[in-house]
Write a protein that binds this ligand. Structure first.
Ligand SMILES: [Zn+2]
Length: 71
């Protein structure tokens, strides 16, 4: 397993969302098993996604409240 290319942020993001083709997904999973570097990056992507979701939910709440106040 020489010269295995590391996965990028975008690839791991797609992996998390199930947007990767099956073969690539499998390769990614296998690679992650033996690569702390990509595991770390995946955690980073997960964190970003969580923050993004939190932010979205919060602005949705704020938007709803604003709308309620208007009506
Ligand atoms: Zn890697």
């Amino acid at each position: 397993m020489a010269e295995q290319k590391h996965f990028t942020y975008a690839e791991l993001d797609a992996f998390l969302h199930g947007d990767l083709p099956v073969l690539k997904r499998l390769r990614c999973q296998l690679h992650l098993h033996g690569c702390p570097q990509c595991q770390g990056l995946l955690q980073h992507v997960e964190e970003d996604n969580r923050l993004l979701e939190d932010g979205l939910m919060r602005s949705l709440d704020a938007y709803k409240k604003e709308n309620d106040a208007k009506t």
